[in-house]
Design a protein around this ligand. Structure first.
Ligand code: ADP
Ligand code: MG
Length: 342
């Protein structure tokens, strides 16, 4: 075969292979878009574990009629325009890839109304070639993305979908992870017409603890040591459970870098090291940790789904986290001695 440039349809589907692994990845991308649009109330409606329908509705700043088609194009984004922007990124999105990828493997409808527009408009794409049609629609200020029949045109992917329950559990977990870092946003998650989670807007510390308990369990809250640790531009905060609450599995660890959820080896290693001999080798610490740092000190463009970051000064960040957690654990131990009554 001679060398040829692939069609946009096919390049989008190839990109979708990396970004859209399963329904939960669609939910992650769409909810992140809603958050980037400043939404403080997001409805996530799921049918059949997401294979039937994923509908995300937000009250964010919307997309102007003239830009609706562009929003679905690959490498089209309103979030960066220069390399400097990329290096100082604070929005969750920047690759301009999600909507293009998702719409190449589903039947997608995007409906939006920015506040300055009198009516809403809608574009429809169906595992699409590049052309889309636009029509007026009824919708309040904000955006709804409707993703039906995910993977209808990519049978190989569809075959990898697990049971409805498993796929929904992955979605539930994505919403938990996001809800932990965005307490000021309300999330309403429903499955097959039934509301299964309602994380109410949490503004004051008490409401935030309530959300933490709803997501991580009251047990975690009872054992949680609060962290607030700083060094120059580095800020570590959140909670670690004392060694009275260890997990048989590594299933209660949530970490975030500049508000972005992550699974990061550096963070996990630093935390484990801080627990040191307090923790048997088959047990795992439970924690919810937020690390904020100068965005120019971290590369978020490592993985298409943005699951990973690279710290420019990895050692420094590692040691900083280690010290912050060690300090919290040591203070707690002293506290324990002080309060020991039995
Ligand atoms: P990215 O998030 O990387 O920019 P996406 O493909 O996810 O790429 O989205 C493309 C663009 O569409 C965004 O840059 C944004 O301008 C617009 N957009 C997508 N979802 C929303 C939303 N819920 N509210 C407002 N604008 C949105
Ligand atoms: Mg996005």
């Amino acid at each position: 075969m001679p060398i040829q440039i692939l069609s946009p349809q096919l390049t989008n589907q190839i990109a979708a292979g990396e970004v859209v692994e399963r329904p939960a990845s669609v939910v992650k991308e769409l909810v992140e878009n809603s958050l980037d649009a400043g939404a403080d109330e997001i409805h996530i409606e799921i049918e059949n574990g997401g294979a039937g329908l994923i509908r995300i509705r937000d009250n964010g700043f919307g997309i102007a009629k003239a830009e609706l088609g562009l929003a679905l194009s690959r490498h089209a984004t309103s979030k960066i325009s220069t390399l400097e922007d990329l290096e100082a990124i604070l929005s969750l999105g920047f690759r301009g890839e999600a909507l293009a990828s998702i719409s190449s493997v589903s039947r997608l409808t995007l409906t939006s109304r920015p506040p300055q527009q009198a009516e809403a408009w809608q574009v429809f794409a169906q595992g699409r070639e590049m052309e889309t049609t636009i029509q007026p629609a009824a919708h309040p200020v904000g955006t709804t993305v409707n993703v039906a029949n995910l993977f209808f045109n990519t049978p190989a992917r569809r075959k990898f979908l697990r049971t409805e329950k498993t796929e929904f559990n992955h979605i539930d977990e994505v919403i938990r992870r996001i809800a932990l870092v965005k307490p000021q946003t309300a999330f309403i998650l429903s499955h097959n017409g039934k509301v299964v989670r309602h994380y109410r807007k949490a503004v004051d510390p008490q409401q935030k603890i309530k959300r933490l308990a709803a997501i991580c369990g009251q047990d975690f809250v009872n054992h949680a040591l609060q962290i607030d640790w700083r060094h120059n531009d580095l800020h570590l905060y959140g909670w670690v459970a004392d060694s009275g609450l260890l997990r048989p599995q590594n299933d209660l660890n949530y970490s975030y870098v500049n508000g972005r959820m992550m699974r990061d080896k550096t963070i996990n290693h630093a935390v484990r090291l801080a627990y040191g001999e307090h923790i048997p080798s088959e047990s795992y610490p439970a924690f919810v940790l937020f690390i904020d740092l100068d965005p120019s000190q971290v590369d978020v463009n490592v993985h298409p789904a943005k699951h990973e970051v690279r710290f420019h000064q990895n050692r420094l960040v590692h040691d900083f986290i280690h010290q912050g957690i060690s300090h919290a654990l040591e203070s707690a131990t002293e506290l324990d001695f002080g309060e020991h009554t039995s």
